[in-house]
Ligand binder design. Structure first.
Ligand SMILES: NC(=O)c1ccc[n+]([C@@H]2O[C@H](COP(=O)([O-])OP(=O)(O)OC[C@H]3O[C@@H](n4cnc5c(N)ncnc54)[C@H](O)[C@@H]3O)[C@@H](O)[C@H]2O)c1
Length: 353
């Protein structure tokens, strides 16, 4: 691997922080670039505690080109992993302009700054949501794309933008990673998903039911054409997902141009199966109710990860049980989430906006 540092936008967030840990443990130098909109500086402190290595951190915005160029001039960056973005499907239907501006304009500004700094390798966080309602399960990368929400469309548009750039300028390389459903937490129980407000996703919500912060879980719909009537998703342990980014970075060294990969396990679980796996991890019954379907949910999103397995030499290895156990450990260790008040050192803040 090239010895240059990796800039990780959104590196204080859920998937970003786990990826930073894997990078540091693999001996890579990391520069985290995050505006802390949906994260805490405490995540950076915990990364250091877990790895014994201090990542370089900047509190700065991807919309801030001057800040990006300043960071690029201070460090020798070889590649960027771009996690920074807004990610709530429901919220994106209410404030679409914020989603398009942050996720699409933010990525364009980042790509422009990278181009000026002659950094031409990018790994991008895309999503299985780009597939809409796929005609074939498990879903190959060749499946038609048809995102159904503003959030999903930001991912799809950015994929097109990066692909067009790689077509126009042959010295660019990009891995578009379509994540399925990230789950679980770091096995130390020190880091995990840190939702502000009401969690959008099933597992963080159910974990909050388990510690008594929420009454019960609502399962949306039991009349889908699946084995128990609830939706099927491909839950991938966040540590496996993080490792997929290291494999993608390595792939970029072969100058592949723009390549897409599904990062999933290839095994779908129903919501009820997931609920029972978590109940088992907690060791006692937890309240849930079945309600009506939620608009926009599709019956089954299960990855065909064969392309990533072969071309990235990467495979998800951790079980659903490990995901549930780590989530429960994290939730018990840190029931209130990470502190929003952790003070960012002044020298880490750059803001020209
Ligand atoms: N978690 C999922 O279920 C999931 C699934 C598919 C794809 N993704 C994508 O993966 C990426 C990471 O997701 P996550 O779950 O870790 O989310 P997250 O919210 O925990 O992390 C995103 C990080 O980006 C930062 N950020 C947002 N806008 C920024 C900006 N303008 N400048 C700098 N930093 C900014 C936030 O502060 C946060 O730390 C996102 O792009 C998301 O859309 C997530």
């Amino acid at each position: 691997m090239s010895q240059k540092a990796i800039l990780v936008t959104g590196g204080a967030g859920y998937i970003g922080s786990h990826t930073v840990i894997e990078l540091l443990e693999a001996g890579r130098e990391v520069v985290i670039y995050d505006n802390l909109y949906n994260a805490s500086y405490e995540a950076v402190e915990r990364i250091e505690k877990i790895t014994g290595k201090k990542p370089i951190f900047y509190k700065a915005d991807v919309l801030d080109k001057k800040a990006l160029l300043e960071v690029f001039s201070r460090h020798s960056i070889g590649s960027v992993i771009h996690f920074a973005g807004l990610k709530a499907v429901g919220e994106s239907t209410k404030i679409p302009l914020d989603y398009y501006y942050n996720n699409i304009t933010g990525t364009i500004v980042l790509l422009q700054a990278m181009k000026e700094a002659n950094i031409k390798n990018i790994v991008f966080s895309s999503s299985a949501t780009v597939y809409g309602e796929p005609p074939v399960i498990p879903i190959p990368e060749t499946s038609p794309t048809d995102a159904k929400s503003p959030y999903g469309r930001t991912k799809l548009f950015v994929e097109h933008i990066i692909r067009d750039l790689c077509t126009a300028e042959k010295d660019w390389n990009a891995a578009l990673l379509r994540y399925f459903n990230p789950a679980g937490a770091h096995p130390t129980g020190q880091l995990g998903e840190n939702p502000t407000g009401i969690p959008n996703n099933l597992m963080p919500y159910f974990a909050q039911v388990a510690i008594g912060k929420r009454d019960h879980l609502s399962i949306f719909g039991k009349d889908y054409p699946t084995r128990d009537g609830t939706c099927i998703r491909d839950y991938i342990h966040v540590v496996d997902l993080a490792k997929g980014h290291l494999a993608a970075l390595k792939k970029l060294e072969d100058n592949p141009g723009c390549v897409e990969y599904n990062l999933g396990t290839g095994v779908g679980s129903t919501v009820l199966e997931m609920v029972h796996a978590f109940i088992k991890a907690v060791g006692r019954d937890l309240p849930y109710v079945i309600t009506d379907r939620r608009a926009g949910d599709v019956p089954n999103l299960t990855a065909d990860p064969t392309k990533a397995n072969i071309e990235l030499n990467w495979k998800a290895e951790k079980s659903l049980e490990e995901a549930c156990a780590s989530l429960w450990k994290w939730q018990q260790n840190c029931p209130e989430g990470l502190s929003k008040d952790a003070k960012v050192p002044d020298e880490c803040i750059i803001n020209y906006l």
